[in-house]
Design a protein around this ligand. Structure first.
Ligand code: SF4
Length: 211
């Protein structure tokens, strides 16, 4: 059943996720946002994109028992989490201080340095254990078709961001979505690019309707 409350924190298979924003600088052809309102019943659309760190900490505190029992928490929702860089850093710092066993991951489109016009990887490094960056394609032409970015030189920015995270010694994975109908990608070339940037590589198959 679809919940109506705003889920700043939500759970998939008992694993906690943080939903930072509904704004994104991509419009990926495989994005579940255009297909459905919810992920496993949790509504991920926010009434207003004005949530503060305190709003997030309130929901985290309300679910402290579940978080205590989790191994990892992931910043990933219906938008690009690193648009809210200050809040992400504050929340991650709180989580590290209060749940030291908890691994913290961010799933990102890799546009953050371009959005904030500075290298934000050093801000993440003290608190973030791993980061998954959507490489999405083997070259700019395919990337632009799949991701429909709203920023200039997005593919180069994504690659630069991956390298920035690697340089900060954050465990970095470049990811692609395979088997999206009509958008074939070259997995071997994508993996080569990821490795050349010093990152791990992961592909997952497209799942119609998200989850
Ligand atoms: S980067 Fe993520 S949230 Fe943004 S459009 Fe692509 S899949 Fe959706």
């Amino acid at each position: 059943m679809l919940e109506t409350k705003e889920n700043l924190l939500y759970f998939l298979d008992n694993k906690p996720y943080i939903n930072m924003t509904n704004i994104c600088t991509n419009k990926c052809v495989f994005c579940v946002r255009d297909q459905k309102q919810d992920v496993q019943g949790a509504n991920l659309w926010l009434d207003k994109d004005n949530k503060t760190t305190k709003d997030y900490l309130n929901q985290i505190i309300n679910h402290s028992k579940e978080i205590e029992n989790s191994k990892e928490i992931v910043f990933c929702g219906y938008g690009e989490p690193l648009i809210k860089i200050n809040e992400v850093v504050e929340i991650a710092k709180y989580l590290k201080e209060n749940y030291p066993h908890l691994k913290i991951r961010i799933n990102t489109n890799g546009h953050a340095n371009a959005i904030h016009k500075k290298n934000i990887a050093p801000l993440l490094a003290p608190y973030i254990d791993s980061i998954s960056v959507s490489l999405n394609a083997q070259n700019e032409e395919v990337y632009n078709k799949i991701s429909n970015p709203k920023i200039d030189n997005a593919y180069e920015e994504v690659k630069r961001f991956i390298r920035s995270c690697v340089e900060e010694k954050i465990r970095t994975t470049a990811s692609v979505v395979d088997k999206v109908p009509n958008y074939p990608i070259d997995l071997i070339r994508c993996e080569k690019i990821a490795r050349s940037l010093g990152a791990n590589f992961r592909s997952r198959d497209f799942i119609p309707n998200g989850y």
